[in-house]
Design a protein around this ligand. Structure first.
Ligand SMILES: [Fe+2]
Length: 377
């Protein structure tokens, strides 16, 4: 009878990392894949990379290189080869388990954190952290109503959260046409009957019904108001949401330590100047103490001790190098000179998010594999 292969689910692994459990990851993907994207913790995480081919070709040599005095957590791309390697190591007496579903499942773990819960007007702000990709999305609620902003592909989880907390989703919004992940906004809107809002400048080729998220538009959620602030630059239509004049959802315009890349729509030279105006003129009109919540982070160090990604405009003005340019030219040089790798499949993801036919898409899940690469500078 085959023995059970010990597993750890993405949610369990995340909980262990949050509690700083001392872990040793054995990542058996190729060196390039690991260099591009791997599991990170709040603290530096011990990790060994021995590609699967080494176990196949030279099993005893690969096994001999591993420490036998610590539990190993084996990670692969989809949780299949890691099961095989775990079996090999079990049969040789190792304490070992593997990550269920591999990095694909890791990239689909969303962890909700309550960022604000204010008794006065019943305001609730929940930040959903897609930890494997560094993608953030939001639920803003008041008096039993909720809006969801920049939903990840799995729209159902926001509906489930709302149901569990007695909230009715009354609006679904995307701050821009996403290129790094498949938006769950459209499916969530269908599921809940709520209107789906998208900035019109990003929706010119969109094929499904949407409401224009025009600059200045105000969307009421219970007793709070979401006000659309035009913040072009990352895309033509990029829009931020000012919630009750108290905090700002910046989408991919401003991150804790960087800004949104302006090149994914193919017009970097035009958009980088709009980004400058957004950051140096539009955002300048808002006071230092305004908290902002972005849609991405690049490193766990951008999260606070509660695991929440938040900063203030004042802190960003003091410490985000991209906000300290002396003139537009130096801003353009800094941003265009510090562009990250192009996100995998971004052109297809944009088409999917517009509702356009996309050739050769077998599996939407696979398109999103990998970290976000949305930040420049
Ligand atoms: Fe984006």
């Amino acid at each position: 009878m085959p023995h059970l292969i010990p597993e750890v689910t993405p949610a369990q692994l995340h909980a262990e990392l949050t509690h700083n459990r001392d872990l040793l990851i054995l990542d058996i993907r190729g060196e390039d894949e690991v260099a591009q994207w791997h599991i990170e913790g709040r603290r530096p995480l011990a990790m060994i990379n021995v590609p699967y081919r080494a176990f196949r070709r030279e099993t005893e040599t690969a096994v001999a290189a591993l420490p036998s005095d610590r539990e190993l957590t084996v990670v692969c791309a989809r949780g299949r080869t890691s099961a095989h390697v775990t079996e090999i190591l079990l049969s040789r007496g190792f304490r070992v388990r593997h990550l269920t579903g591999g990095m694909l499942a890791w990239s689909e773990l969303y962890v909700p954190h309550v960022a604000k819960s204010e008794a006065e007007d019943g305001l609730l702000l929940v930040q959903f952290n897609r930890v494997g990709k560094g993608c953030l999305s939001y639920l803003v609620a008041s008096e039993g109503e909720a809006a969801v902003i920049d939903a990840g592909r799995d729209g159902e989880q926001y509906a489930d959260y709302a149901l569990a907390h007695g909230l009715q989703i009354c609006a679904v919004l995307d701050t821009h046409l996403h290129a790094d992940h498949i938006s769950g906004g459209r499916s969530l809107a269908r599921l809940t009957g709520a209107p789906y809002y998208l900035p019109p400048a990003d929706a010119t080729q969109v094929t499904f019904p949407r409401e224009p998220l025009d600059a200045g538009r105000r969307i009421r959620v219970g007793r709070v108001v979401l006000e659309a602030v035009g913040s072009p630059g990352h895309t033509r239509g990029s829009t931020s949401l000012l919630v009750d004049n108290r905090f700002l959802l910046t989408g991919d315009t401003l991150f804790v330590r960087s800004v949104g890349r302006p090149d994914l729509g193919g017009e970097a030279e035009t958009l980088v100047l709009r980004l400058y105006r957004t950051l140096y003129e539009t955002y300048r009109a808002l006071p230092d103490e305004v908290e902002f919540y972005p849609t991405h982070y690049s490193s766990q160090s951008e999260l606070d001790e509660r695991g929440i990604c938040v900063s203030t405009l004042g802190a960003a003005r003091r410490s985000n190098r991209v906000l300290q340019a002396l003139d537009p030219d130096s801003f353009v040089t800094t941003v265009l000179g510090n562009m990250p790798p192009t996100p995998a499949n971004y052109d297809r993801i944009r088409l999917l998010n517009m509702g356009q036919p996309v050739p050769d898409v077998q599996e939407e899940r696979e398109l999103e594999i990998g970290p976000n690469h949305c930040a420049a500078g």
